[in-house]
Write a protein that binds this ligand. Sequence first.
Ligand code: FAD
Length: 340
Amino acid sequence: MIKTDILIIGAGPTGLFTVFEAGLLKLKCHLIDALPQPGGQCSELYPKKPIYDIPGFPEILAGDLTKNLLEQAKQFEPGFTLGERADTVEKQEDGTFIVTTNKGTKHQAPVVAIASGLGSFEPRKPQLENLSKFEDKGVEYMIKEPEVYRGKKVIIAGGGDSALDWSIFLADIAESVTLIHRRNEFRGHLDSVEKVQELKDAGKINLITPAEVTDILGDGKVEAIEITKKDEEPFTLETDHFIPLFGLSPKLGPIANWGLEIEKNAIKVNNALDYQTNIPGIFAIGDGNFYPGKLKLILCGFHEATIMCQAAYQIIHPGKKNVLKYTTVSGVDGFDGTRK
Ligand code: FAD
């Protein structure tokens, strides 16, 4: 059981900044994210796009903003459960919540902050009848730990940047890499397409196009896949892993069943006070909440996180007075020149 003060669901910009604001109040945070890396939309959808409306930064790349937020949060030593989706919440008799992920990891906290943005990014899956039978048994939709593939046979399917970039990366690690795409043209960056072509010419990537995976074969785990090229008979190829990288689409997902009031596909909160939901102790901040006048902007998420942390403090330390201080005088390590 992972125990913390504020359990944050979603490690996007809002969730990451919550760690900092909570840290100033000496509250510990743990973040859960369905993605294998923090940063939410900024790292998943547009890491190289400049953002112009972060106060104090005339221009910053979304990927650099994520790096900076992680750096700012680091001093408060947040915990992370990455690559797992928060699935269920149970209120305990002592008022705390237990949140369990799809992989069975349990987290306990007196305050839950849902910073789930557009929702949990779920992989788009190929239409294969027996797919679910092989999930986590050789079929993976995201690469969390590249070392898993060292010396293994890997088949990747897809035509975007993820499929290209991981094929290039794994070409040095895996025993063999096969990239399958249903078209001859790829959607990814020209640089990556050219690199894949070079690796193909060097015999380091096996490129099969236009083709589709039409079946998965194996006894308890993936052993081979069936591939069908346009207007040709299907053939099979032995493999240890089949990784379809068809992109991710965000879904509110299981949080929709937590008994929270939902409006406009987002979680309704009390914006006049503290961004608490209809369940006391559960807050919703950032893109995933709804209130009249809501703007889905990063700086709005930062503001909501700040207000929410003050209310969380009162739940965690009832009756204790918290006097708002500026970071330069708050006595937090690193801010008053007395780094311990
Ligand atoms: P998100 O960034 O969506 O992060 C939420 C995280 O929660 C995700 O990582 C998700 O995987 C995770 N999650 C959700 N449900 C679960 C679950 N059940 N279990 C585990 N994890 C879960 N905003 C600006 O202010 N300026 C801009 O210039 C700007 N440009 C943009 C450009 C584009 C192309 C896009 C798409 C958005 C842009 N935005 C911009 C909007 C901005 O990205 C969002 O406002 C911001 O990302 C919201 O942050 P968040 O942390 O609330 O949510």
